[in-house]
Design a binder for this molecule. Structure first.
Ligand SMILES: O=P(O)(O)OC[C@H]1O[C@H](O)[C@H](O)[C@@H](O)[C@@H]1O
Length: 526
């Protein structure tokens, strides 16, 4: 029997609050620190490892976190989720994104079909379509090959797929699997679409309209923008556009598209990178085999999420340490710092994934919570971030837990030795140095140059960012956010908080405003 309880009612949480605080600076110094780096590491899928040596934990605290995991029934809740229980209570929906990449439990039937079979069927249809485009069997009206793919979508229909595309673009070029360049149009700012259209050859471009709901104003506006551009170029828009949407959306039955591929209401936008939402653009850009390898990496990581032992379940461990930092230590935000230029948009994706999921102040039953939930998430790739906001991370008044990601090898296999080391070595040296600098600090008589240390971090380390490791990385964070939502007893799968602004914007556009909104509308010249 699963029970959904608030965090502050759990005995294990009360104990956790009383636990002695670990001094990271001490723990990470000398032989002790060396031993921690070796032992406080949990294997992930595809050769990745989650290293939490520089987190504010010790064996005793890990035991307490295990008790919290058990009492909060995290494994059981995950099991219920992947077996098709209605976990998204706000919208009365199942939560099935794991089924887009594997079958963790029982068959889930809905809408008259087996859902795993449905997602696989869509993936296969996309693969067939992509193969035909690459082979020149599906072409523009002049019989010429498409060379560019442009995704039109926003939020989950943009951020995840865009981050994944950028993560694999150079890898695919190096590994001869790069098929088509991809571009993305998301913002309703007309300069976004205009800039993308300006830089491409529209006659050889295929546009993917991606909207789960089929009603998002920004996306529909950008679709019209693109259709106009195609028309002005003397082209038939329906020969250049495909759609990815849910079968129930208004777009599903339209004749305006060359083809349509489907996801459904059981996949949240921010969890949709492994569905047709990511599948179409990534299969067109890199080939369906690369997309499949990405799914396999995610599936392998998902399986680790079913482990009860937190030391064998990196997503659950990461989630629990995050809860400890947020609810016991009181840290307000978390920085995601990938030491990989290919992951330049990964933090932006995680912002939506984490904050749209767990930025809630009521529990699953709509009752106000008396404790804090999701932290503010932000980040930039290293080493760039070091020359930007790390000052605050090192010496600011807030302690901000850090999530590093780093790879031993680069993707392009091109490097140079300057001052006795390669660029890749410099990159890796920096991330190692930062972990110790944040943890241990450095005493200095000059207060301005003093580093207090005690700033916790973890790092996910891998050999190279490739389709499999990217899939594993994505799954890790998706499952981390899910487990945290379970602990906080919030519904991580709806997003009512984005509605009010949309409603008011519509009122502004209809000139139905008064008071402050009227004056602001006037100020903005609407
Ligand atoms: O895919 P769509 O239905 O167009 O939705 C796009 C996005 O907009 C919404 O407002 C939500 O905040 C996001 O969760 C969603 O991903």
């Amino acid at each position: 029997m699963i029970t959904w309880n608030n965090l502050d009612t759990l005995e294990a949480f009360k104990n956790l609050s009383k636990a002695e605080r670990v001094n990271i600076a001490e723990a990470m110094s000398g032989e002790n620190g060396a031993e921690r780096v070796k032992t406080y590491s949990t294997p992930m899928a595809e050769g990745l490892a989650y290293n939490y040596a520089a987190k504010q934990v010790d064996d005793k605290l890990l035991e307490d976190l295990q008790k919290l995991a058990d009492e909060a029934q995290l494994t059981e809740k995950f099991e219920a989720l992947y077996n098709g229980e209605v976990i998204n209570t706000g919208e009365k929906r199942m939560v099935l994104h794991h089924l887009t990449r594997g079958q963790l439990g029982e068959a889930v039937n809905a809408d008259g079909t087996d859902k795993r079979a449905f997602y696989k069927e869509q993936q296969q249809k996309i693969a067939d379509f992509a193969n035909k485009v690459h082979a020149g069997e599906i072409t523009n009206a002049a019989g010429e090959k498409f060379t560019t793919v442009v995704q039109i979508g926003i939020g989950g229909s943009d951020l995840g797929p865009r981050a994944m595309y950028l993560a694999l673009e150079n890898w695919a070029k190096k590994n001869d699997t790069f098929k088509m360049e991809a571009k993305f149009i998301s913002n309703v700012d007309p300069d976004d679409a205009a800039a993308v259209l300006y830089g491409i050859d529209v006659a050889h471009s295929i546009f993917i309209l991606v909207s789960k709901s089929g009603t998002t104003l920004e996306t529909l506006t950008n679709e019209s923008f693109v259709k106009d551009a195609l028309k002005n170029a003397g082209l038939d828009a329906s020969k250049h556009m495909i759609a990815v949407t849910s079968e129930t959306s208004p777009l599903a039955k339209s004749d305006d598209y060359l083809a349509a591929f489907f996801m459904d209401d059981y996949i949240g936008g921010r969890y949709s990178s492994t569905s047709a939402v990511g599948g179409a653009v990534l299969s067109l850009a890199f080939g369906p085999e690369v997309f499949e390898r990405f799914l396999n990496g995610a599936a392998e990581e998902d399986r680790l999420g079913t482990e009860k032992d937190i030391r064998k379940n990196p997503a659950m461990l990461d989630a629990l340490i995050g809860v400890y930092e947020r609810n016991v230590l009181g840290y307000p935000s978390t920085a995601v710092l990938p030491y990989s230029q290919a992951l330049s948009r990964f933090p932006a994706h995680l912002q939506q994934l984490d904050m749209e999921s767990n930025g809630k102040c009521v529990n699953r039953f709509g009752e106000r919570l008396d404790y804090v939930t999701g932290p503010v998430i932000f980040g930039e790739p290293g080493t760039n971030g070091q020359h930007s906001f790390y000052q605050l991370l090192h010496q600011g008044t807030d302690i901000i837990p850090l999530q590093f990601v780093g790879f031993k090898n680069n993707q392009m296999n091109t490097d140079v030795v300057i001052q006795g080391s390669t660029s890749q070595q410099k990159l890796c040296a920096n991330v190692a140095a930062q972990i110790v600098a944040f943890a241990c600090g450095k005493e200095d008589e000059n207060r301005n140059k003093n580093f207090e240390g005690g700033r916790p971090s973890s790092i996910i380390i891998g050999e190279q960012l490739n389709p499999e490791t990217l899939g594993a990385l994505l799954s890790h964070f998706e499952n981390k956010v899910m487990f945290q939502g379970f602990v906080w007893n919030v519904n991580s799968f709806d997003q009512e908080g984005v509605q009010l602004g949309k409603v008011l914007a519509k009122r502004v556009l209809a000139h139905e405003t008064d008071g402050a909104l009227k004056v602001l509308s006037d100020l903005m010249n609407i």
